[in-house]
Design a binder for this molecule. Structure first.
Ligand code: PLP
Length: 385
């Protein structure tokens, strides 16, 4: 059996996405800027895809800019706000548990004089609106808080954070990295009250090489890429029509069946969690009770997660030791910020789900995990305590 439980790293493209991308490559291959029919065909597809993605975020099409990935969207949002606002204030608030796409950007801006405040998560990996309120100063220009953490599934209270910003009369721009929540939770930008939102195609069954940034109308970011004037002149470069058409098709699926997808993920996550808790001793669940059901993070004490990962791979099961982008870096900055002990971090595996996973897969993975964790512990001469 092949079991793909690493959907936070990337997802399998859906049939609808593959069809849309094939059509875009095979038929709508014109340049959308060209004035003849072949170009207009591509422009029409671009417009329709933008409308679908915008609808799935509850924004206007003109508030949505296509990018190449979530990382680019995060870079544009954060560096853009800095360039636009650094004369008004130098403080930027974020969290210790952000993805490197955010953390490295903020680090970069420190060299230019930005004062970066990173909020520490609670033991279950969450940030509160109160923490944000307490860190706010009149010269805070950006608050960047992820929606769902990629390693634990912890959900951040974006609505409450918006209320806290309003209550403080803050003019800070509110950005969220919604790469892991899009397609699972409600990412309506108006309901959440965010000014900027980053999403990525390959986490929602579209392809790699496409992402988007929502920019609230009236918020002016500097041009991110100079050139031929595509994307409203903000992000030039001939559009990746196939990737964008794929993201459009993924957005249509999200609009149609996000709730059912979430229900299926929840059932699979719950089944795996129930069986791990019942059948494997000495484990610690690192995802909070109310985590987004797309992620389950578990420490298998006495195990080296990397070894367990390779043992599971030989049985056809794909999981991760942390975020794929940072899995070559020793330890997890997220689990470490939550205060986990070294042995808990060393034994931590991340299982991440999509709507395509089944209960049978959860059972197969639970069977194999119980066997392999016991075998690995025996080799490690692990005894409780
Ligand atoms: N933000 C989060 C929370 C992520 O999990 C990821 C990817 O894992 C990214 C940003 C980067 O997205 P991309 O791979 O599209 O650059």
């Amino acid at each position: 059996m092949f079991v793909y439980f690493d959907n936070s790293a990337t997802t399998k493209p859906s049939e609808e996405v593959i069809t849309a991308m094939n059509d875009a490559l095979g038929v709508c291959w014109g340049n959308p800027s060209s004035l003849y029919g072949k170009g207009l065909e591509a422009e029409k597809l671009l417009k329709a895809s933008r409308a679908s993605v915008a609808k799935s975020l509850g924004c206007q099409p003109q508030e949505l800019y296509f990018t190449s990935c979530g990382t680019e969207s995060d870079n544009w949002a954060i560096k853009g706000v800095w360039e636009a606002r650094k004369k008004q204030g130098r403080r930027m608030i974020s969290t210790e548990i952000e993805h490197p796409a955010v953390l490295r950007c903020l680090e970069h801006l420190k060299k230019d004089g930005a004062e970066i405040v990173l909020l520490k998560p609670s033991a279950d990996g969450k940030i509160s609106a109160r923490q944000v309120a307490e860190a706010l100063t009149p010269d805070t220009v950006l608050v960047s808080i992820m929606h769902v953490n990629n390693e634990t599934g912890a959900v951040m209270p974006l609505k409450e954070i918006r209320q806290a910003l309003n209550a403080a009369g803050s003019k800070a721009v509110f950005h969220t990295d919604a790469v892991q929540s899009y397609g699972k939770l409600n990412c309506g930008v108006r309901e959440l009250g965010v000014d900027l939102m980053s999403i990525s195609g390959h986490k929602v069954h579209a392809s790699k090489g496409v992402g988007a940034l929502y920019v609230k109308s009236g918020l002016h970011l500097p041009v991110f890429m100079d050139g031929g004037g595509q994307e409203g002149g903000q992000r030039s470069g001939t559009e990746n029509i196939a990737g964008i058409a794929g993201l459009g098709a993924a957005a249509e699926n999200i609009l149609k069946s996000r709730t059912e997808t979430l229900e299926r993920m929840t059932a699979v996550r719950d089944q795996l969690k129930r069986r791990i808790l019942a059948e494997i001793p000495d484990i610690k669940i690192n995802s909070p009770e109310d985590a987004c059901p797309s992620v389950l993070n578990v420490s298998f004490l006495g195990c080296r997660a990397e070894v367990l990962l390779h043992m599971l791979d030989t049985e056809g099961i794909c999981v991760s030791t942390g975020s794929a982008c940072s899995s070559h870096v020793k330890g997890s900055h997220v689990l470490s910020a939550m205060g986990l002990k070294a042995n808990e971090i060393e034994g931590a595996l991340r299982f991440s789900f999509s709507g395509y996973n089944t209960l049978e897969e959860a059972d197969y993975a639970a069977d194999k995990l119980a066997q392999l964790a016991a075998a690995h512990r025996k080799l490690m001469k692990y005894h409780k305590g």
